[in-house]
Write a protein that binds this ligand. Structure first.
Ligand code: FCX
Length: 435
């Protein structure tokens, strides 16, 4: 499938002249001021990264190469018109910058199917871990164990010219993405189905095959996982998983190392692990209230209690967004379209009615609205994927699409090693005129 690589080259090459001009002739343009508050609040709002694949607007949500999620649901190729778009199409869009034809998407499916073979040693590594080690630990360890296969690393050691780095990185990225459904499904079947594994079906699409290997062959689950893989794929460059991948990649670490770094970041409860936390928090609430159909006032009281305990309400708030996350809304609409009267989904909707004013009233939470993680668990649960401590692995499989596409851009653009400046507390105090 060389032509996708060639198209990427042609498109990205056009940007190279602009990038070089920016660096050579406009490098001294001032982008803004940096305040102490920005540094001490996690570098929020500082334009510090170049990321092509998607852009997040605080008041509108994510756009992939200019397209919003509802636009992509309409425009990206689907296997059947009533279904959801294929994540392969989103990957094409992020890489090339154009909506693909159906043929392009099918070609990516085939390309990934031909690369999907996972070496035996990866399964051996997974099997060597305790069965009760966290799914994200097993997933990250498995990815790391594939670094051995990196063609980028081999090429680098063989002394390849730096202008060809991206080509080898592209090969690693495509292979890594292709293998993820098998690895994720292997971990799922190992932990929850006594190691009763299901072989891949190379005729299926990437997400469809993941559903199949996890043990779900219905149209409904395949449709859900295709949507899931699209909406979690990317959220511009500054989030923990994307930034960690980019940072580690900037040391010319191979794609397996860089993606593992992203995944161990995703495993944190303030990031991708929030999708499990939401489920734990809701079941704890239902258990304490003693019903699976809580009233709005019971939910309100539980939220207040959570805040008093100094805990976060998982699935709510965001470092950038200041509205209901469109990824939440897309899932809510999916539920409205396909699901009738699911008690857990009713509870998620009730929390959405009740939580924002309470969170807003704290006066400190900048975004009282739900994020992607507030809904995803309830949908998976509805279709029988009930093992919530596996959910972050699904997030991780999807996130590969964005962070790995970005890694190819990073090497194509020849972005340098990342090395921001750090200062001591004394320095900040001096700057503030306190000492
Ligand atoms: N519940 C309780 N307190 C919250 C909160 C929530 N949902 N969201 C923010 N806060 C608190 C912060 O903890 C912080 O408290 P502090 O001043 O005592 O330290 C204060 O409000 C200001 O935080 P804010 O600037 O609004 O938010 P941050 O950018 O610091 O953090 C996250 C953003 C997403 C980490 C935060 O809203 C949070 O912890 N949410 C719950 C966890 C979650 O859902 N994470 C998933 C996010 C995302 F979608 C993803 O990556 O998957």
């Amino acid at each position: 499938m060389e032509y996708i690589k060639n198209r990427f080259y042609e498109k990205a090459m056009k940007n190279m002249a602009d990038l070089q001009k920016l660096r050579k002739e406009h490098g001294d343009v001032v982008l803004g001021q940096v305040t102490i508050d920005q540094v001490l609040s996690g570098m929020k709002g500082i334009p510090a990264l170049l990321t092509e694949t998607s852009k997040l607007d605080a008041n509108e949500g994510i756009r992939f190469r200019g397209f919003s999620l509802p636009e992509l649901q309409d425009k990206l190729p689907k296997l059947d018109e009533a279904g959801e778009p294929l994540p392969e199409g989103l990957f094409y869009l992020m890489m090339i910058g154009e909506i693909p034809e159906k043929e392009d998407v099918i070609n990516i499916s085939k390309d990934w199917a031909t690369r999907a073979h996972v070496p035996q040693h990866v399964f051996d590594v997974i099997d060597a871990l305790p069965k009760n080690s966290r799914p994200m630990t097993q997933f990250s360890t498995a990815i790391l164990s594939m670094a051995y296969d990196s063609v980028f690393q081999k090429a680098y050691r063989a002394g390849v010219n730096k202008k060809f780095y991206w080509d080898f990185m592209y090969e690693d990225v495509m292979t890594l993405i292709a293998r993820l459904p098998r690895i994720a499904a292997y971990i799922y079947r190992r932990i929850y189905h006594n190691g009763n594994h299901i072989e891949p079906n190379p005729n299926l699409d990437w997400a469809g095959n993941l559903a199949h290997m996890m043990g779900f062959d219905s149209t409904e689950v395949k449709r859900l996982l295709r949507l899931y893989m699209v909406i979690h794929a990317d959220h511009e460059g500054g989030n923990v998983s994307a930034h960690a991948t980019h940072l580690v990649g900037s040391a010319l670490s191979n794609a397996y190392y860089a993606y593992t770094a992203g995944m161990v970041g995703l495993a944190g409860p303030l990031h991708g692990f929030a999708n499990q936390e939401v489920m734990d928090w809701i079941s704890e609430m239902l258990e304490q209230i003693g019903t699976d159909e809580p009233s709005d006032s019971q939910i309100a009281a539980y939220i207040e209690k959570t805040l008093v305990q100094g805990r976060v309400v998982p699935g709510y708030g965001h470092a950038v967004l200041r509205i209901t996350d469109p990824r939440f809304t897309v899932q809510q609409k999916f539920a409205e379209k396909y699901i009738v009267n699911d008690k857990l989904i009713n509870t998620v909707n009730a929390i959405y009615r009740v939580a924002p004013p309470i969170l807003e009233a704290t006066g400190k939470i900048k975004n009282p609205w739900p994020n992607v993680d507030a809904f995803s668990g309830a949908l998976l649960n509805h279709y029988g994927i009930t093992e919530s401590n596996f959910y972050t692995v699904l997030f991780g499989v999807s996130r590969s699409l964005g962070v790995m596409a970005s890694l190819v851009f990073d090497r194509f653009y020849g972005l340098p090693i990342e090395r921001p400046n750090s200062q001591t507390l004394e320095w900040f105090l001096e700057k503030a005129g306190i000492t």
